[in-house]
Design a protein around this ligand. Structure first.
Ligand SMILES: Nc1nc2c(ncn2[C@@H]2O[C@H](COP(=O)(O)OP(=O)(O)OP(=O)(O)O)[C@@H](O)[C@H]2O)c(=O)[nH]1
Length: 365
């Protein structure tokens, strides 16, 4: 039987209220409809209620309110600490995913509402790297299109997306959500046509608009390779296009990211192997000192050629004479002290026996 392909991990990120959870729910429902049930993971410890059944829910492991109480933290600190605590056990999550890889083609991960909790935390990096080093992984940045009609807000959103792309270094899809409110074509046009974006900016006269003008030039390169999909998570439109982009992103992962992860993995393995070798050498050197002592006694001069177990054996096979001498030396003090106690007692005993014997022989006479 052919080995099942590794599941694709879809990390759903986005600003608070952009529609991440609704999008995850919609994706899960869509995949269930295709008889391809996904493996769903919720990493938001503070979410009130989930509109979808999660296979792994951080709330089952970490009680966010308890964490706040115990560590005396506010809501944000509580979320960060909960995610940190959960990250320490992420190896178990990885095992669950590995076990499920025959049953689920996709692993969908919903992240905390406060995006920076995931994107700028150590735990976010640990989780992302753990996933990306084992499975094809794609970042999906959900954006509220209806709240991005202002060119400056749009630019801020894009800069954020860009920073996440450079931080995660993973294939990236921008999901322009809530297209039932406003079509995302205006945003696509802004990204493709610099002049149109400049026209929109001309309506703005603030200092920020000048900055945005310069930034949009910088972002040109970012836009050119970006995968953008318009979606309505509420209505479920745009999902077919989303899966087309997802499959392109997976190809990109295999082509560009996997070799890099493999290279990193090999470098790490090399470093770890070298560390192990160094430690072993260190151990051998330590044991070698013992062996040198043993060898002086045993008469062998090739100490470095032996492994630790041989060295231990060497120590146990001393010359009989030497062994005796060593054991004699060990026992000497012990015997001397015993004898020193025994001598007067023995003299008394001899005296008493002699007297008894004389008494008896006198009686017999
Ligand atoms: N009109 C419309 N509303 C949407 C859409 N997707 C989500 N919403 C609404 O946007 C609001 C936020 O949606 P959520 O899915 O909770 O967003 P979120 O990003 O998970 O929110 P946090 O976890 O709090 O950051 C809800 O009221 C949703 O009903 C959409 O496609 N169209």
């Amino acid at each position: 039987m052919a080995a099942a392909a590794a599941p694709v991990c879809v990390l759903v990120l986005g600003m608070a209220g952009s529609g991440k959870t609704t999008f995850v729910q919609r994706l899960a429902a869509h995949l269930h409809g295709q008889r391809c049930p996904p493996y769903v993971i919720n990493l938001d410890p503070a979410v009130h209620s989930l509109p979808f059944p999660a296979n792994i829910d951080i709330r089952d492991t970490v009680k966010y309110k308890e964490v706040m109480k115990q560590y005396g933290l506010g809501p944000n600190g509580g979320i960060v600490t909960s995610l940190n605590l959960f990250a320490t056990r992420f190896d178990q999550v990885m095992k669950f995913i590995e076990k499920r890889q025959n049953a689920s083609k996709y692993v969908i991960i919903d992240t905390p509402g406060q995006i920076e909790v995931f994107t700028w935390s150590a735990s976010g990096t640990i989780i992302t790297e753990a996933l990306a080093s084992s499975f094809p992984s794609v970042v999906v940045y959900v954006m509220d299109t209806s709240r991005s009609t202002n060119p400056i807000t749009f630019m801020s959103n894009m800069l954020y997306a860009c920073s996440i792309l450079y931080k995660t270094k993973l294939p990236f899809i921008v999901v322009m959500n809530k297209t039932d409110i406003i079509d995302h074509s205006f945003a696509v046009e802004w990204m493709q046509d610099f002049e149109t974006f400049q026209d929109a900016l001309n309506q703005e006269t603030s200092y920020v608009s000048n900055l945005t003008r310069s930034m949009s030039l910088v972002l040109d390169e970012f836009y050119s390779s970006l995968k953008v999909v318009g979606v309505s998570a509420v209505l479920g439109t745009g999902l077919d296009d989303f899966f087309v982009q997802l499959s392109k992103a997976v190809d990109e992962y295999e082509r560009e990211y996997r070799p890099e992860y493999e290279r990193l993995r090999k470098t790490l393995e090399k470093v770890q192997n070298k560390q192990k070798r160094d430690q072993l050498e260190h151990l051998w050197k330590d044991m070698g000192t013992v062996c040198m002592q043993g060898n002086t006694l045993a008469g062998s001069d090739d100490a470095s050629a032996m492994g630790p177990s041989e060295l231990i054996l060497t120590r146990g096979t001393l010359d009989e004479e030497e062994e005796e001498r060593e054991s004699d030396t060990d026992d000497i003090d012990h015997e001397v002290t015993e004898e020193s106690h025994e001598e007067p007692a023995f003299r008394n005993f001899m005296q008493e026996t002699r007297m008894k014997y004389q008494r008896r022989s006198n009686q017999n006479e």
